[in-house]
Design a protein around this ligand. Structure first.
Ligand code: NAD
Ligand code: TDX
Length: 339
């Protein structure tokens, strides 16, 4: 079995590559990644010498490069993680989100049609459903919840989802889509809430909480997400959408307080800053379908997952210090300097 994993030098894609290479000794994995600011070859160090692994630097929007790779490696499965993934960046500059997240998805699926594959899997997000009110804890996103997006990021992901379903219906392409809640774990880029707070707290810097910190996200340990995608690509039905989430809703302020406690840092580091524009209130996934059809259940409890994650950031300072010492400083100044 040959799998092309796009965006495999990023957070979830790299964890997925580690998981697949460990679990299947016969699978060949090719990582296709542009190495944007979010992609990092150092992340793939643990597998770079594995004979079942290879790396190709390319843009998923580059039709020629994508077709060339398909011709060379003749993949059976494509798992598309490649995306611009940060909501705040999409609010500053939507263009690249439309290009990579929509046009890139189309190029990959055109290659699948041209060369033939067993499965194209699109890694999507719960953000395509918009948000839920805080005072209706009985409401959850199911696979039939209408798409109703808030940010340029989520709109680009929803557009890609529609295109994937259109390629299924129009061309009979064997596709699947997963829509997962917020992930956390090793190799998470420090612009996102959990790693940003860990890294800032370790450096005794202020912890910027948007608005009043009451927004709720449904957190899932990254390996549980990887296990779910593995089940979908090997046993899930073509043409289907699967929601992934672990019924682990928490407010942002509670997360930040847990990180302070785990690191022995004072809550006085917390600072409330102006809210994100269009900020989604609450995400909550109903994972009944993937549980009943494929037997998936999350295995890592948040209390354990956050400890493992913090330990990883403590033991892998060189990974994140290299990131925050470069371009990231300019990003941080731009986003948080006057906030
Ligand atoms: P990430 O930003 O950490 O990684 C994205 C990767 O894609 C990077 O390696 C980057 O170099 C690569 N990439 C970007 N543009 C590219 C292009 N044009 N061509 C080739 N490679 C390109 O993202 P992540 O958090 O690992 O998210 C991966 C996927 O999962 C995304 O599609 C995202 O929408 C989805 N998702 C993320 C979460 C989450 O909590 N992080 C939750 C649900 C879904
Ligand atoms: O400095 C911050 N302060 C803060 O209060 C940052 C970076 C975030 N936040 C808040 C905003 C959100 O309510 O924390 C929450 C989580 O923010 P992010 O880590 O940016 O994640 P989110 O916007 O929820 O989107 C994530 O989950 C769904 C991923 O980045 C997406 O790629 C995924 O699709």
């Amino acid at each position: 079995m040959t799998i092309i994993v796009t965006g495999g030098a990023g957070f979830i894609g790299s964890n997925f590559i580690f998981y697949i290479l460990k679990k299947y000794s016969q699978h060949r994995v090719i990582c296709l990644d542009k190495l944007t600011y979010a992609g990092n070859l150092a992340t793939l160090k643990p597998v770079i010498d594995n004979p079942n692994f290879s790396f190709c630097r390319a843009d998923i929007c580059d039709r020629e490069a994508v077709y060339k790779l398909f011709e060379e490696v003749q993949p059976d499965i494509i798992v598309n993680f490649a995306a611009e993934s940060h909501v705040d960046r999409s609010i500053e500059d939507p263009g690249v989100f439309l290009q990579t997240n929509i046009m890139g998805t189309a190029v990959l699926m055109d290659a699948c049609r041209k060369y033939g594959i067993e499965r194209y899997h699109q890694v999507s997000t719960d953000e395509v459903y918009g948000d839920l009110p805080l005072d209706r804890p009985d409401l959850f996103f199911t696979e039939t919840t209408p798409l109703h997006t808030s940010s340029p990021y989520s709109s680009s992901k929803a557009s890609a989802d529609l295109l994937v379903l259109a390629y299924s219906r129009t061309y009979g392409l064997p596709v699947s889509i997963s829509r997962c809640s917020n992930n956390y774990g090793p190799y998470h880029f420090p612009e996102k809430l959990i790693p940003l707070m860990i890294v800032n707290a370790l450096n005794d810097k202020l912890l910027p909480v948007y608005g009043n910190g009451g927004n709720v996200r449904d957190w899932l340990y990254v390996e549980d997400h990887c296990k779910a995608i593995d089940l979908i690509i090997h046993s899930g039905k073509a043409g289907e959408v699967y929601n992934i989430g672990g019924h682990n809703e928490m407010s942002n302020i509670d997360i930040v307080k847990i990180i302070c406690r785990e690191l022995g840092k004072p809550e006085s580091l917390i600072t409330y800053v102006p809210d994100r524009k269009g900020h989604d209130m609450r995400y909550a996934i109903d994972p009944t379908k993937i549980h009943s059809e494929l037997g998936w259940l999350p295995e890592i409890k948040f209390a354990d997952g956050i400890k493992k994650t913090i330990k990883w950031y403590l033991e892998n300072r060189s990974w994140w210090e290299a990131i925050i010492s470069g371009e990231y400083q300019k990003y941080y100044q731009k986003m948080y300097g006057d906030r």
